[in-house]
Each structure stands twice: as C-alpha cells, then as structure tokens.
Design a protein around this ligand. Structure first.
Ligand code: PMP
Length: 393
C-alpha cells in the first residue's frame, strides 16, 4: 500500500464528475466587479453563492479602514495572539464585539474555523460530552476530535431526539455541552433555539451557538438567532466569523464565563497560529459599526431572500423549509444538477453546487445565497435563469 493509495477513491470520483462539467472544477473569479458581480469564463456573472450577506467587502468605509490599517500597521502581524500578534486593534475589536453581543468576554481568532476548533478542543475534554446537531459545520466536529471529547449527534433540529440523548447522558453525571448553529448553511433553516435553551436549562447543560450565518442577518439588532429567539442569556458560547456578513477574515467567541480568558493560555488554535492581519481586523470592526447603524441592510437582505424564495416556490422547485438568505434548490439526479449549474452559469448566474455526502439526504443542491447588495433586478435575473432550467429539477 503506497502513501497516496488512499487518494485513489477521491481521484476516481473527481474523474467521474469531470464528465459532467469541466468548469465546475475551475471556477475562477477572473475580475471582481462588485459584491454581487464578477467575470467568470470571460462573462459578467451575478454572484448568488457567496455568503456575502451585507455587501461589506465593497463598502467604501470598510475598504478605507483596511487601507488605513495597512498603511499604519503593516500587512501582517507575523505573530500569534499570545506572542507579538496582539495589537491594540485586536483588543478594541474584542471589546466592540462584547459590547455589541452584550457578553462580558470575547476572543478574536484568525478564522471562524479556528474559533470552533479552539473552544471545542479546550472548554470540553475527554471526560465531557458534546451533543451536537448532525448538520453542524465541520469545524465543530473537528474541534471535538482535537480535544477528544465524547460526541453524540442528534438528528437535525429534532428536539425529541435531543431530549432522548440528554435524558440518557445526564445519568453519566458529567458535563454536557449542546452545540448547534443559528442559521444552517445547507438548508438555510433556523435551529429551534427557544426549545434548545429550555432543554439546556432543564438538563443543566451548557450551550454553544455558532451564529456564522446569522450575525447581521437575524435579530432586531442583528445579533443573530439567539437575539431573535430571546434566549441570549442562555447561550454560554457564541461563535462567529468575519467571513460572511462582516466581509473580512477572522472569527470570535463571546461568553459571560470569565474562564474564557484562560483559553488565551491553553488553547492550541489560539496560541499556535498568527493573528488576523490589521486590514482584516479594521475591516471587520468597520463592518460591525455599519451593522449597528444600518438596520435597513438587513431589511434589504430579507426582501431579496423572500423575493427569490417566493419566485422559486411558484416554479415548484423543491426548496429549503423556510425563506432565508440561503436558499437550497434540490435536484434528484446529479448529472441533471450539473447540467442546471452549467445552464445557470451560461446565463450569467453563479450559485454553489453541493453534492452528497455534504448534502443532508443524498440529493444534489444548487445553493443560492442572497445579499443586501443584490438589486431587485439582479434577483429577478437569478429567478429567470432558474426558470430556464426548471425542467432539470
Ligand atoms: N461555522 C460555520 C457554521 C460556517 O459555515 C463556517 C464557514 N463556512 C465556519 C464556522 C468557519 O468560518 P471561517 O470561514 O471564518 O473559517
């Protein structure tokens, strides 16, 4: 058995998929026109698969803040948060996130991935239990693996299944952390967070909510699903990323538990990686300020999401369970999903193609994500492109 034999299966499935679509493997955004448009295969294309919910990457104020940070502080920190990589802007952003989320403590990480990796590998250990929603992001699973915690999954958003596990596992007399997301990235549906918070209380567990897709998207002030569900005080650890509604790169964890601060000394994904660059931090900080000042961005995002969901529903596509800025469109057959994906691209619309095993039930998904920066005309153009490929679903 050679070192690379394990990749043979991957190579074979890549080869079989190549038969459907060459361009699927070579999507290059050749020129970025705006938050919602890029040149792909030489053609101006509407971006409808980017998780760029609020158009922040192209906001003038964010660009200026990032440029200023580079000029004043350089292109990179060349050090981990623990060593020379904590600048005053990292601390200021931590304070700004704490204020915004009304939590006492915040740690900023280099990515959202490392935020989950850090918390789940350090806060819980081999003697503890994590019960997580089966659809949780890979970084939640990977964090559990890194820390060696005992992991139990409950069926996606199935409260009876969660309670069954809580009932059984509390008998072990160990600490239990429930891990869920706010808005799920595959189906665009919300976690039933009120019920989850009630169960958490009833069984004396802890609760982690990854609001990667819900920061700036849900809640009256944009704080996420916990705000919308009125259960922020029940969330022990809020995880987030800068890479979606904030239009930058980085991540955070906020908590009222003062022990969070001790992770700065004990968590490997915090200690052993370089901190976010000044440009990333400054852009995220400015974007957070804009989210606080401009609730109309959220309104625009939801108007676009509701419009596209409604149009696709009228066409009888099989969609996710509720209108959302993430709209998955199901295709039963993979070759037809590829044909549809190519067809959309030829019509100047880019969406994400998601294939099993990443999809929940073995079907292929063409996943759209909407932005406040899309114009109603662009949303209509996306809908019309889907109308043209309707026969393939
Ligand atoms: N959590 C969730 C739910 C995500 O969807 C993602 C990114 N896709 C992450 C964490 C990781 O965030 P980042 O891109 O900042 O590493």
């Amino acid at each position: 058995m050679g070192l690379f034999d394990k990749f043979q299966k991957t190579q074979e499935s890549l080869n079989s998929l190549r038969g459907y679509s060459q361009s699927f493997f070579n999507v290059v955004l050749e020129e970025i026109i705006s938050s919602t448009e890029a040149v792909i295969n030489g053609r101006p294309t509407i971006l409808a698969g980017t998780n760029n919910y609020l158009g922040m990457p192209h906001r003038k104020e964010c660009i200026e803040a990032a440029c200023r940070a580079i000029e004043e502080q350089g292109t990179g920190t060349t050090g981990s948060r623990m060593a020379n990589g904590t600048y005053s802007i990292h601390v200021e952003l931590e304070q700004a996130i704490s204020r915004f989320l009304q939590k006492r403590h915040t740690i900023v990480f280099t990515t959202g991935y490392s935020a989950n990796l850090s918390i789940l590998s350090t806060v819980v250990g081999p003697k503890d239990i994590v019960i997580l929603d089966a659809d949780c992001h890979a970084s939640i699973y990977d964090g559990c693996r890194l820390g060696g915690v005992q992991v139990y999954r409950f069926r996606h958003n199935d409260m009876a299944d969660l309670e069954k596990r809580l009932k059984r596992l509390t008998k072990k007399g160990t600490n239990i952390l429930i891990a869920v997301e706010g808005l799920y990235s595959m189906l665009g549906d919300r976690a039933p967070l009120k019920e989850i918070a009630d169960l958490k209380k009833e069984y004396g567990a802890y609760l982690l909510v990854d609001e990667a897709h819900s920061l700036g998207v849900l809640g009256e002030k944009g704080r996420g699903l916990a705000e919308e569900a009125g259960v922020e005080d029940q969330v022990d650890f809020v995880i987030g990323t800068f890479s979606k509604s904030l239009g930058s790169v980085g991540g955070y964890c906020s908590s009222d538990h003062q022990e969070l601060e001790l992770l700065r000394f004990t968590s490997r994904p915090y200690v052993f990686t370089a901190s976010s660059s000044p440009a990333n931090i400054a852009a995220a900080r400015k974007a957070l300020e804009i989210i606080e000042k401009e609730p109309e961005l959220r309104e625009r995002l939801w108007a676009n999401a509701n419009m596209l969901y409604g149009r696709l529903k009228e066409m009888n596509f099989q969609l996710g369970p509720e209108p959302s800025p993430i709209i998955p469109v199901r295709f039963r057959e993979i070759p037809r999903a590829f044909e549809a994906w190519n067809g959309l691209l030829e019509r100047g619309v880019y969406v994400n193609m998601v294939l099993p095993p990443a999809t929940p039930d073995g079907t292929a998904l063409l996943r759209c994500s909407l932005s406040a920066a899309h114009t109603p005309e662009q949303v209509e153009q996306i809908a019309r492109a889907f109308e043209d490929i309707r026969h393939l679903a």
